[in-house]
Design a protein around this ligand. Sequence first.
Ligand code: BJW
Length: 235
Amino acid sequence: MHNLVILTGAGISAESGLATFRGPGGLWEGHRVEDVCTPEALAADAALVHRFYDLRRQALATVQPNPAHEALARLDREWPGELLIVTQNVDDLHERAGATRLLHMHGELKSALCALCGVRQASPAVLPPGTECGACGAPAMRPDVVFFGEMPLGIEVIEAALARADLFVSIGTSGAVYPAAGFVQTARWHGAKTLELNLDPSAGSVFFDESRMGPASALVPAWVDEVLGILAPPR
Ligand code: BJW
């Protein structure tokens, strides 16, 4: 086993205090998805959408990485083979824990995107609609997140990593949103083993060779110990 691809979702950050999207207490209980998470909603009510992301950006300052993020950062440091951590999360807890082989496929709260010229720049804590782009000057800066109907980031890199993967691990995601929900089938098709670590079975649970149910803060460190243990010379 040499090449690992790890997919993370909102469940890995839940024990840090960030709400997940779906289910009781979910981020969208107070917001309809179509109110905040589509290009059409942004066009119809930019103030609402910007405020939603401002609040989540500000919440980042109040939370810390948990043992699951720290364990993946240790794996990133110590795994000698290929590794790609693909996160659907827009928080920065993986990088704050020290992960570097990381791809944010649904964007980042700390980044702003010019809807006109496509340039990315660091987002201020509050990003008012009409903020001017530092590159082209258009009053068109928006949260740098991937809305429904938009193309996720880094798809070619992810597809290439999935094609080479020996093991695909999905952590803390409901499997409700594509294309991420389909990665398990892509990885299987290319011959990878597949493992799910989640609180509840995901929508695609049947596609995994193995599923372990429980909180990420317990399951992920235990799995990282296990996978790094196979590198240790026999005593
Ligand atoms: C714990 C835990 C603990 C809790 N420990 N675990 C019809 C059929 C199929 C597809 C489509 C369709 N119609 C439209 C589509 C495509 C659409 C889609 O998937 N729609 C679905 C509604 C069906 N997808 C898109 O539009 C995407 N783009 C696209 O497809 O482009 C075309 C394309 C073509 C070819 C190739 C590639 C692309 C874009 C999707 C963008 C999603 N954006 C969001 C918002 C991002 C910004 C933000 O953060 O606000 O991404 S939506 C939201 O859902 C967010 C998340 O990243 C994503 C996934 O959520 P996640 O992470 O799974 O969270 P939850 O809450 O759902 O689940 C949490 C899990 O954690 C649960 O399982 C818990 O049990 C668990 N958990 N506590 C461990 N302590």
